[in-house]
Design a protein around this ligand. Structure first.
Ligand code: IPE
Ligand code: IPE
Ligand code: MG
Length: 247
């Protein structure tokens, strides 16, 4: 494994991502393949979350953003939604001390107002406990939607225009960026999607304007260090031109 200094050089060369975002998909199919219930697939997926977080800490990523629950996931059967949200409480409460020990700063992105009081309290207390940590910034997207994020930002700006604090012609790309989730941290360099689908499913929209994408058929519960390493190796081969030319 590389030292922090070596990783820093690789980040500056643009061959190691600072910020990776993952669409963790395939828990249900994994469970089906095993003849188990969907929720046991979600439970198995928690081990992959632990592995992905440890990997990110050990590889000195600045940020890891995980898509755990979309705004559209409310469309699932009520029992699955309830089980998922209960699992979320258990995971936050059981993992937070270990995250804190590893200097991880946890943030939940998304509209948490629709969650139970208990889940909201667990989220606030976990964020509070880890807010000063300077290591990995771990963002969990819960009741998140890329369109919601943009609408939410636009509403805040509209309020400022209404109050006369800014003029419409003063609104720049940066104005909107600064009102969206993840604005204070490194841009998303790499988006990984497991589970074999090739779509964004309303995950980060604005924030992935120049991200690299990497897809794998691996189902989320089977995602491990080797698969993650494969994604980083693929990223290292990409040439990011940002609209410019390479030679
Ligand atoms: C991803 O796995 C987890 C969530 C969306 C919460 P799925 O539950 O979507 O698994 P598949 O896609 O049905 O296999
Ligand atoms: C995307 O997975 C959402 C999360 C991983 C939380 P889905 O399984 O909900 O996506 P679709 O429905 O296949 O697009
Ligand atoms: Mg799915």
């Amino acid at each position: 494994m590389s030292s922090e200094k070596e990783v820093q050089i690789r980040k500056n060369q643009g061959i190691q991502p600072r910020h990776v975002a993952i669409i963790m998909d395939g828990n249900g199919r994994w469970a089906k393949n095993q003849g188990k219930s969907r929720i046991s697939g979600h439970k198995a997926g928690i081990e992959s979350v632990r592995r992905a977080v440890s990997f990110s800490v050990n590889h000195y990523l600045d940020a890891l953003t995980l898509y755990a629950f979309s705004r559209e996931n409310w469309n699932r059967p009520k029992k699955e939604v309830m089980d998922l949200l209960d699992l979320f409480i258990v995971v936050i409460e059981s993992e937070i001390n270990s995250l804190h020990k590893n200097n991880v700063c946890l943030k939940i992105i998304g509209d948490i107002s629709r969650f139970s009081r208990r889940l909201q309290d667990s989220i606030y207390s976990a964020e509070e406990q880890t807010k000063s940590n300077q290591g990995l910034r771990l963002n969990i997207a819960a009741n998140y939607g890329g369109r919601w994020d943009i609408v939410h930002g636009v509403r805040k700006i509209a309020g400022q225009v209404k109050d006369g604090l800014i003029q419409p012609e003063q609104i720049e790309e940066e104005t909107l960026s600064s009102h969206l989730c993840l604005h204070k941290i490194a841009p998303v360099d790499l988006v990984i999607r497991t589970g074999g689908e090739y779509r964004i499913s309303n995950f980060l929209l604005w924030q992935v304007a120049y991200s690299e994408f990497w897809f794998t058929d691996t189902l989320w519960p089977d995602f491990d260090e080797y698969v993650f390493e494969g994604a980083l190796n693929a990223f290292a081969q990409r040439e990011r031109r940002f609209g410019g030319t390479s030679i």
